[in-house]
Design a binder for this molecule. Structure first.
Ligand code: PLP
Length: 386
């Protein structure tokens, strides 16, 4: 099979760059290439662009605050957690099936004796408000969660969470890495911090941001060096990546209605098929992003056989984190971390939603705006042949 013949249904792992982002990247790389810190005219010109992008983002998201540019969501998560948790008495609360960028950072902080609380999740990957209440018994805290889970697609109800939190000293962080592509109207201001990734939303790889609602917030740098970005993140400013990323997020925001309707139609078609078949179970909860579906096979088929039979489609079993990562998640220390930090010790709880232990085959379908109904129809035909 040629590479081009495979249908790409793995957009949660990474997306193809969109035309406007690629054009911006080329334009800046060729014409605005000076260092933003240089004092000469060309440096000043680069600096003008840098400031313009910060304002453009604030306009697009209709928010105040500050965007700190990072190498991607993983770095944003590391900077936020390390800065906030290791330096204060704040405890970190997060669902137990967060992306490795969160969970492994929490694990490292736990090893350094920082206080971490993990929320157990049900078979659809959702945590309960009761468990959150229990986790909040001691504050201050940082509550961090995916706003759009990368494997299940699930979306937490922020209004309900805020009711539980009330007036307690709890900062809220949303990892919205997967959210923009779904066409969801992302209101940054409902969080204190938001993590964003470029390459999940038609931008280039190697760039992302941490949005901070209150610019006076004393966030510590993760990287030390030349003091760029007002010392929040040292390292020469990658202007072409930033410009391309701003265009990509703009593309998502400006087309959100169309993209949402299109993605929902694709998902609905699949959901109708799964509802009519006794051979699959949809794990993705109802409250979820329009582009993601996690499905379990009820029929006895191994993961290897499933992949082989569906080889015409680029799918994923779950998160795209590395095999080495999965090995680490299986080691004793990690297990102790989970057992020690779970708010409620639930003997039924395991990480089966992420399929690290389950013997049943499962697959995640994640769409982008270029996927078509014809591709979905051919996928359904392939499922019927399983
Ligand atoms: C929810 C979530 N957070 C963080 C990341 C890490 O993103 P990046 O590749 O930008 O570091 C991902 C990537 O899959 C993700 O889905």
């Amino acid at each position: 099979m040629s590479l081009n013949a495979q249908v790409y249904f793995d957009n949660n792992a990474s997306t193809k760059i969109c035309d406007s982002a690629l054009a911006e990247f080329t334009e800046l790389s060729q014409n605005v290439y000076a260092n933003t810190e240089s004092s000469h005219l060309l440096g000043q010109w680069a600096r003008v662009h840098f400031k313009k992008y910060q304002e453009e983002l604030q306009n697009k998201f209709q928010c105040s605050g500050r965007f700190i540019w990072t190498s991607g969501a993983t770095e944003s998560l590391n900077q936020l957690f390390s800065s906030l948790i290791s330096e204060s008495d704040r405890r970190l609360i997060l669902p137990s099936i967060e992306h490795a960028g969160s969970l492994m950072t929490a694990f490292e902080l736990y090893k350094k004796k920082c206080k971490v609380k993990l929320l157990p999740v049900d078979s659809q990957g959702q945590f309960s408000l009761e468990d959150l209440k229990a986790a909040l018994a001691e504050s201050p805290s940082l509550l961090s969660m995916s706003y759009g889970h990368n494997v299940t697609g699930g979306l937490p109800d922020i209004t309900a969470l805020k009711k539980i939190i009330g007036s307690q000293d709890v900062l809220i962080h949303g990892d919205a890495s997967q959210c923009l592509r779904s066409g969801l109207k992302l209101n940054l201001e409902q969080f204190d911090f938001v993590t964003l990734s470029s390459h999940k939303s038609y931008g280039p790889k190697g760039i992302g941001a941490l949005w901070v609602r209150d610019p006076r917030f004393n966030l510590r740098p993760l990287l030390f060096g030349g003091g760029q970005q007002e010392n929040f993140r040292s390292g020469s400013v990658p202007l072409p990546l930033i410009g391309a990323c701003v265009k990509a997020w703009g593309f998502c925001l400006e087309n959100s209605k169309n993209h949402k309707a299109h993605l929902e139609a694709l998902k609905l078609n699949l959901l109708e098929y799964f509802a009519s078949s006794s051979e699959f179970e949809v794990i993705t909860p109802e409250r979820s992003m329009s582009h993601t579906l996690l499905v379990k096979c009820l029929k006895q088929v191994s993961q290897v056989d499933l992949s082989q039979k569906l080889r015409g489609f680029a799918l994923s079993r779950g998160s795209a984190c590395s095999d080495q990562q999965k090995m680490r998640m299986k080691d004793n220390q990690f297990e102790n971390f989970i057992n020690d930090c779970l708010v409620v010790k639930d003997p039924k709880f395991n990480l089966s939603v992420l399929n690290f232990e389950s013997s049943q085959a499962q697959f995640r379908i994640s769409f982008g705006f270029e996927n078509t109904m014809t591709e979905v129809e051919s996928f359904i035909e392939a499922l019927k042949e399983l």
